[in-house]
Design a protein around this ligand. Sequence first.
Ligand code: SF4
Length: 341
Amino acid sequence: MSMTMEPQPRLGVIVIRRQPASRRRGEGGTASDDAFWQMLSSCRLCPRRCSVNRLEGQAGFCRAAGRAVQVAKAFLHPWEEPCISGTRGSGTVFFTHCNLRCAFCQNFPISQQGLGRPLTVEQLGRIFLRLQAAGAHNINLVSPTHYLPQVALALRQVRGSGDLTIPVVWNSNAYEAPEALRTLAGLVDVYLPDLKYAADAPDSPARRYSRAPGYFAAATTAILEMFRQVGVPRLGKDGMIRRGLIIRHLVLPGHLDETRAVLRWIADNLPHKVFVSLMAQYVPVYGARQFPEINRRLTVAEYQQALDELEALGLEHGYQQEAGAASEEFIPAFDLDLAGI
Ligand code: SF4
């Protein structure tokens, strides 16, 4: 990935303000352990609002059930954005299952085929500490939405004890309930959401490729809550992110209209100092082959048009990818080492 970080005049419309901590209620520092577990008794963690009792083994759309948190891999990831991976890698934890069904998901063995192993909250906390001890710049939680209560409890244990000191990154698809996200305030330092789609018509990409009705309305509401908590990115002298919001958008072949609408929303609703990571790494894997219009790679010309749009909107803080990013060799193998956990 290359980095474009030149200071730019702010052109966007700021529509939200951060509140002082004293006005926030039910956030990470104050919710009881029992309140977190009760979120699973009638699960409404995401816009699907399945209302299943996961504590009794019922599973909703995402297929997560029970008290255990399922994890497929924990490792030092070298290929995230430079301010996240740095020189030593990002302490990345891949969670099993997902509340979307993206046809082109590069992590489909874990997101849709259930690969992973069940852990307790305590074991998850020990994985965080092991990654920190291995030199991770941060803890990077990949697709954690459906395990929010267990992740929050594990974070509270290892942060409350003073053992975990590196930043925590919530790396999600943004199809999340804002009231659930509010409980993470004070536990998460960096939000790294996708903003995948804009349209919501019956045959729109959000519904067609990810089975996600109302994606844009839900994701933009979630992102505004994330911004309220952490604000614009702040980097340390070492160039690593300490706090803030980075929005990712994967450019899909043949869907530049979606990209334009997504970037327009960011430009109109958030300060332009929020980072935008425009991704070119689309690969037609898994179910993408069932959709002829996306059963190909992104062209250089398409990605350039997306970059031109980014520039025209004045969104010049963030990252773009190099042409070689579109390769299956960047997809990590999923194997969780539990020795000593
Ligand atoms: S997290 Fe899973 S069970 Fe809960 S509302 Fe979302 S899809 Fe349904």
